[in-house]
Write a protein that binds this ligand. Structure first.
Ligand SMILES: Nc1ncnc2c1ncn2[C@@H]1O[C@H](COP(=O)(O)OP(=O)(O)OP(=O)(O)O)[C@@H](O)[C@H]1O
Ligand SMILES: [Mg+2]
Length: 358
């Protein structure tokens, strides 16, 4: 199979990492991609200020990747690098400025409202904060059943109730939860309700936008295991967005590292974690490995360091150049594109001076 984005040959089976390594021993047939993101760009208008003209703020630059059927693709990057913007463009909750999104052969970016509505059932999202994403005035039954009703997936009230109850059990909650309101549940339980709500309409593709970061560390592990289990049972294709490299590495077959709206490294999760070709990837792994600061809360999810590039670098060279320990003159002058370090490895990096030694 040839990947239409990179034009390179694809491996005969999915690259295995994290949970996939432990579970899937049997060789499977090659999988086609369910989702293609091609040259995606998003610029937000920035209104004029007292001393500033109105201008565009570029959140995504030429983003390219694909996700295969039943694959979990991880996306990691610091706050503000464009992860949510990318998710919203894929689901067309916001309009990309340029580029294409192909889902199961259909171009999402040009679909009319009727077709888009049908596609929305197949593409669901779970947001970061289950305290904000669940309407506090709706019962759990109504929250989980809403999509089933909207898309007409069950004929009678009885079968809608039954589907909602089954879904709650699937995520580890009891049917008794149906009559209660979100405030009666803990953060982890609310995230389970949000997952049940997304999965109630039997989607093929699930975006998980920082599903762990509002939760305590102990609860995060439970939700990771739940998501892993559901992905296997329901044959889901997933985009898993997180600050937490370890979580992404654990659940994802392949992962991408994003820096200021650009993917700077992408490949099988095990290779990215092992090789860390891009200096920025190394910095993220180092930050992740460092102990919480003295007096810091063990339970507090660790944030990645925020780095701001100079405007000049963003417009010309590598946006990471000024803080890169391997910078050379060329890095400030020419932008590196994603390229495969070893042909056939499917591990790509956008860097003029990648770490090739381990
Ligand atoms: N509606 C908007 N209007 C203008 N700028 C926006 C808007 N939404 C996001 N941005 C800007 O786009 C950039 C990317 O934001 P985005 O929310 O996608 O980042 P993120 O990686 O999801 O961050 P976080 O990890 O904090 O959730 C940021 O600079 C942000 O300020
Ligand atoms: Mg976000």
């Amino acid at each position: 199979m040839t990947d239409p984005i990179t034009k390179s040959a694809e491996p005969a089976s999915l690259p295995q990492s994290g949970s996939a390594q432990r579970k899937k021993k049997k060789k499977k047939k090659p999988e086609q991609a369910l989702l293609y993101v091609q040259d995606l760009n998003k610029a937000y208008p920035r209104p004029a200020g007292l001393f500033r003209k109105a201008e565009l703020s570029h959140a995504l630059h030429d983003v390219n990747f694909y996700i295969r059927h039943r694959e979990t693709f991880g996306l990691v990057g610091e706050s503000g690098c464009g992860k949510t913007t990318l998710a919203m463009c894929i689901l067309r909750l916001i309009e990309p400025t340029m580029g294409r999104v192909l889902f199961d052969g259909k171009e999402v970016t040009t679909l009319r409202s009727g077709e888009l509505r049908q596609l929305r059932r197949r593409m669901q999202i779970v947001f970061q904060d289950p305290y904000a994403s669940l309407n506090p005035h709706m019962t759990v039954r109504d929250l989980v059943a809403e999509g089933i009703e909207v898309f007409g997936l069950a004929a009678s009230k009885h079968s809608i109730d039954d589907m909602a109850g089954t879904m709650l059990e699937r995520v580890g909650l009891s049917r008794d939860a149906m009559t209660r309101y979100p405030h009666a549940f803990s953060g982890g339980e609310r995230q389970r309700i949000a997952i049940a709500r997304a999965l109630a309409v039997s989607p093929d593709f699930l975006v998980l936008d920082e599903p762990l970061s509002a939760l305590d560390l102990s609860v995060q592990a439970q939700i990771i295991n739940l998501l892993d289990d559901l992905q296997q049972k329901l044959n889901l294709t997933q985009l898993f967005i997180s600050h937490d490299l370890r979580a992404v590495q654990y659940v994802s077959h392949r992962m991408a590292i994003m820096h200021l709206g650009r993917i700077v490294e992408m490949g099988p999760s095990s290779s990215v974690a092992k090789d860390r070709f891009h200096p920025y990837t190394r910095a993220l792994f180092t930050a992740m490995a460092s102990a919480p600061s003295e007096g810091g809360d063990e339970n507090e999810p660790r944030k990645l360091p925020i780095v701001n590039a100079l405007a000049d670098e963003i417009s010309r060279g590598c946006a990471y150049a000024s803080r890169c320990e391997r910078q050379e003159e060329r890095c400030h002058r020419e932008r590196p594109v994603l390229r495969e370090i070893e042909v056939g490895s499917h591990h790509r990096v956008a860097c003029w001076q990648p770490y090739l030694e381990s």
